[in-house]
Design a protein around this ligand. Sequence first.
Ligand code: SAH
Length: 216
Amino acid sequence: MTDSFVHKGKRKFLVEYLRNKIGISDENVLNAINEVPRHLFIQSIFEEFAYEDRAFPIASHQTISHPSTVAEQSELLELKKDEKVMEIGTGCGYQTMVLMKMNALVYTVERQKDLFEYSKNKLRELHSRPKFQSFGDGFAGLPTFAPFDKILVTCGAENLPTELLHQLKIGGKMVIPMGKTDEQILYRFTKVSEKEIHKEAFGAYKFVPMLGNTNI
Ligand code: SAH
């Protein structure tokens, strides 16, 4: 599959939808969505719908998130150039590439072996290499590379994974959906000091669950 003028045109419409209907205003997010060829991350049977605001199945019963969810989560991070971001749940790698196009230094973790391999190959094909790509359990984070300016969790956690907060810089932010499997609330935690965490809520979503251990 290639990135044709038709795909590029559809991305422009998607960006206008995200701006006007969803209310995304961070130009850094909108530029990244405009640049990343989402259709190349999903199965070819879904290609014609790739720029609609829809989620699609990827390997291992996981899903690529709606573009509006990717845009909202990315906007909530309030990313600045060259910030260190840890992503939990690489999936197919689409959100990973969006973060890289936003000039973040991305460290990403995936617990499903086939998605880890798939995303690694896909990002390499697209000449978009994260700083570090890990096959592992995101509940443990990446202590070797901590602390991070920002943390993005792309799967729904039943409880707050406290180890991740330890790996956040003071002043850093973590965006994470939390709740039961049928619905989660998207939260942003700001680490004000070692002892003080500020919590904000941003509405209901449905993510695949954050699960422990790894799956080969
Ligand atoms: N951002 C991804 C969304 C993938 S869905 C994309 O654009 O495609 C969420 C991903 O989180 C799934 O791939 C799932 O396997 C992964 N996941 C769930 N629990 C995890 C954990 N504990 N550690 C790492 N990844 C996890």
